[in-house]
Design a protein around this ligand. Structure first.
Ligand code: CAA
Ligand code: NAD
Length: 309
């Protein structure tokens, strides 16, 4: 085993020898998470490119980032409209939008994938990213639930691959889970922690286990609330009120599920259930399945457990 001084020296060496400073960040997926990750990265003065296969998702992201920045700017410069406008435009100026993955990752120092929670689609994307990116680019996923070892299975260089798990809404949530799998190098892991600090997040180190820390606890809790409701033990609004006022959570479990996206909740649970069929905490919910089948995916579609304007 290496002594701590010796380990630090080895780490220091590999960091400077292999990886460049992070200036250019490419975020792939312009949905709820990708737009927030782009915003906090640009706010930290990094150059950001956001990529999505769907132009309308990019248009929606542009609007979402603008209105989120306006909220931040209003708080920061309450009585100064000019300063608010300057803040919003200085951040927006650092964000480019594109539908072309290969072109957008060519100059990236860091790629953050935030597309749909589907292993085959993610693997296909990572093959394209690795083929087009520089040999020093850090390649990461914002997956909520999938194993990094599975997502990155076909990467040629797995040492530069890790997890950056942000929380929704990204501009407000202070945590970033930094995930390493067996092949993530120390240098990569340290640079991902450094990036987290740059974008103003508190980081925690996670291993490549289902749900890392937060979702391993939070998602089974959300599904337990569904089971409580499905058994007829309490109404949805009462469960939400109970957890807010009795447990101090900012949102009840149904409000939170709608906020996260019911499709994302379903993808997470279906994946775990397939992998661990005997684990009762990972049992899917018929009610959630029927809502997703009907296109009711929560706030983002206008309806989930509740209806939204
Ligand atoms: N951008 C910028 N500012 C925002 C914002 C956004 N997207 N959303 C909220 N805010 C700001 C508002 O401007 C407001 O600021 P002030 O109080 O200074 O005026 C503040 O946040 C509170 O907002 P609201 O009054 O609109 O509403 P709220 O008090 O209910 O707070 C919330 C909103 C921050 C989302 C809060 O309800 C909350 O923390 N909810 C829980 C969120 C959570 O648990 N997220 C984790 C989900 S799990 C996950 O992400 C992992 C996964 O893999 C699935
Ligand atoms: P979302 O549905 O809001 O957005 C996904 C975006 O990815 C869509 O705009 C879609 O057009 C795009 N996309 C799909 N396939 C693509 C491809 N091959 N190339 C380019 N773009 C593609 O999803 P989201 O909620 O932002 O979740 C994204 C990822 O982040 C998922 O892995 C999810 O598990 C994870 N995550 C979600 C939350 C949450 O609360 N929603 C929190 C943390 C992590």
């Amino acid at each position: 085993m290496l002594s701590s001084t010796c380990t630090a020296a080895v780490r220091g060496l590999s960091t400077t020898a292999q990886l460049s400073k992070i200036n250019n960040v490419t975020v792939i997926g312009a949905g709820l998470m990708g737009s927030g990750i782009a915003q906090v990265s640009a706010n930290a003065k990094l150059n950001v490119t956001v990529v999505d296969s769907n132009q309308s998702a990019l248009d929606k992201a542009q609007k979402g980032i603008t209105s989120s920045l306006q909220r931040v700017a209003k708080k920061k410069h309450a009585d100064d409209a000019a300063a608010q406008t300057a803040l919003v435009s200085s951040v927006l100026d650092r964000i480019k939008m594109s539908t072309n993955v290969s072109d957008s990752v060519k100059d990236a120092d860091l790629v953050i994938e935030a597309i749909v929670e589907n292993i085959d689609i993610k693997r296909k994307l990572f093959a394209e990213v690795e083929a087009a990116a520089k040999p020093t680019t850090l390649i990461t996923t914002n997956t909520s639930s999938l194993r990094l070892a599975d997502i990155g299975l076909n990467l040629k260089d797995k040492t530069r691959f890790g997890g950056l798990h942000f929380f929704n809404p990204v501009p407000m949530m202070k945590l970033l889970e930094v995930v390493r799998h067996n092949d993530t190098s120390d240098a990569t892991f340290e640079q991902l922690i450094e990036y987290g600090k740059t974008v103003g997040k508190t980081t925690v180190a996670c291993k490549d286990t289902p749900g890392f820390i937060v979702n391993r606890l939070l998602v089974p809790y959300m599904f337990e609330a569904l089971r409580l409701y499905e058994r007829g033990d309490a109404s949805m609004p009462d469960i939400d009120v109970a957890m807010k006022l009795g447990a101090g959570y900012p949102m009840g479990p149904f409000e939170l599920s709608d906020y996260v996206g019911l499709d994302t909740c379903k993808f997470i649970m279906d994946g775990w259930h397939k992998q661990y069929p005997d684990e009762v905490a990972f049992k899917p919910s018929p009610l959630l399945d029927s809502l997703v089948d009907a296109g009711k995916t929560g706030r983002k579609s206008g309806e989930g457990f509740y209806k939204y304007k």
